[in-house]
Design a binder for this molecule. Structure first.
Ligand code: ZN
Ligand code: ZN
Length: 157
């Protein structure tokens, strides 16, 4: 399987500039992890990323994947997502966006709504915090689980 490098809102030049600005050494492993993450929108966990990267680097260990995921996240090149009660997941999209999480199958999707800057403004007015950002996770049942949760007469199980 060839991992397609798909960069949604940024050109390759912007990514290269971003990488250069972090002064992080871009090893083959790190590049492969970033490419794998940018090619999917499933917000995979470390195990899944390991599986993807192994297609190109069969000998890479899960430990190496974990270490590099941490380093890339620390430098803002990928995002680490932490959700209550679920395995840590990763996101290749660096722009601000909200997530939708299915409470039954743990699927995580990008929520198709624009982030609300006004929430931060409102909070700045009433709190003493220096607000630097916010995260928002919508929870519910995905269309597939919603469908599976219905019995033949349409009643919820
Ligand atoms: Zn689901
Ligand atoms: Zn996302």
């Amino acid at each position: 399987m060839r991992i397609a490098s798909k960069v949604a809102n940024e050109g390759q030049a912007v990514v290269a500039e971003l990488i250069a600005s972090t002064e992080l050494r871009m090893t083959r492993q790190r590049r492969a992890i970033m490419d794998a993450l940018e090619g999917v929108d499933t917000h995979p966990g470390a195990d899944e990323i390991h599986e993807m990267v192994r297609q190109e680097m069969p000998r890479i260990s899960l430990g190496t994947i974990y270490r590099n995921l941490d380093v890339l996240a620390e430098h803002g090149l990928i995002r680490k997502l932490e959700f209550a009660g679920s395995q840590r997941r990763f996101d290749g999209k660096r722009h601000d966006h909200y997530h939708l999480r299915c409470t039954r199958c743990d699927k995580i999707e990008d929520a198709p709504v624009e982030p609300r800057g006004d929430i931060e403004e409102d909070l700045r007015k009433i709190s003493d915090y220096d607000i630097v950002g916010h995260r928002l996770e919508f929870i519910g049942l995905c269309p597939k689980c919603k469908q599976n949760g219905k019995s033949s007469n349409g009643a919820e199980i």
